[in-house]
Design a protein around this ligand. Structure first.
Ligand code: SAM
Length: 247
């Protein structure tokens, strides 16, 4: 048996080289379903911290890597949620629901809602279940699809149901090639306002060059702070989380 740190590195390399990770949003070896089963068995229902701890411990002890924001970068996200106190947050890329649990559990507004858009139907089911175990189903809605395919539904929830005009916090953590396109779509649809905060994960690794260049060139539109950190669950790779405030 390999030590967990070695298995985790192999598990990470497998995920990074699997076309399924990129095209389907699951590694292709069933690890996401096994993670959910483990959380069902081990986490304390109704306790978001217990759900997050069980997920973080699973990757350390079983040596299986997951593309959750993880316990090293997670506190950056927590502090943005606490500081910006969102009534409405949007996440692009739910995966297994780890960051959704993190964000929703830090939202202080009693009417706070997180809408998470996820393209993979199996991940949608896993994320919904993860959120349910954490006791946060009334604060999180997971929509299946992409921003483009969910746009009409998203706008209807925001404008008709919640009677709001814009999103307070956006967490971008899906396909790195569409970070910029999706940001621009939110902006063009008038779904952002002055003070809206955009958090983008993995800006250091694997990186999103077009969004990175846009942030650098448009400092008058988005005031950005870069947080240098470690890549999720892999300490020897550096990463950057950007936190941008719409001017
Ligand atoms: C890095 S994972 C998200 C991790 C999650 N935010 C967390 O920290 O727990 C990326 C997810 O984005 C999804 N995805 C990829 N492209 C997408 C798109 N265009 N729209 C919605 N989801 C997408 C994938 O299926 C995958 O589940």
């Amino acid at each position: 048996m390999l030590p967990p740190s070695v298995s985790k590195t192999l598990s990470f390399l497998r995920a990074m080289t699997s076309p399924s990770t990129f095209f389907r949003g699951q590694v292709g070896d069933g690890r996401e379903q096994r993670l959910l089963e483990h959380v069902v068995a081990e986490a304390e229902p109704g306790n978001p911290k217990s759900v997050l701890d069980v997920i973080d411990r699973y990757t350390a002890s079983k040596g299986t890597w997951f593309m959750n924001i993880g316990d090293d970068k997670g506190p950056i996200l927590d502090s943005v949620v606490e500081r910006s106190n969102p009534r409405l947050a949007l996440e692009l890329g739910a995966y297994c629901g780890y960051s959704a649990v993190r964000i929703a559990s830090r939202m202080k507004d009693p009417n706070g809602l997180l809408i998470s858009i996820e393209m993979n139907p199996q991940n949608v089911q896993i994320a919904r279940k993860m959120v349910e175990i954490a006791g946060l189903s009334d604060r999180v809605r997971v929509l299946e699809g992409t921003l483009e395919s969910c746009l009409a539904e998203l706008k209807s929830i925001i404008r008709d149901e919640l009677q709001l005009s814009a999103i307070d916090l956006v967490f971008i953590d899906h396909n790195k090639n569409v970070y910029l396109k999706d940001y621009l779509q939110l902006k063009e649809e008038g779904l952002l306002k002055s003070g809206s905060v955009i958090v983008a994960d993995n800006m250091g690794f694997p990186g999103s060059p077009s969004f990175w260049r846009y942030l650098k060139k448009n400092a008058q539109e988005l005031h950005t702070v870069e947080h240098r950190c470690k890549f999720e669950y892999i300490g020897w790779i550096s990463d950057i989380v950007t936190v941008s405030t719409c001017v």
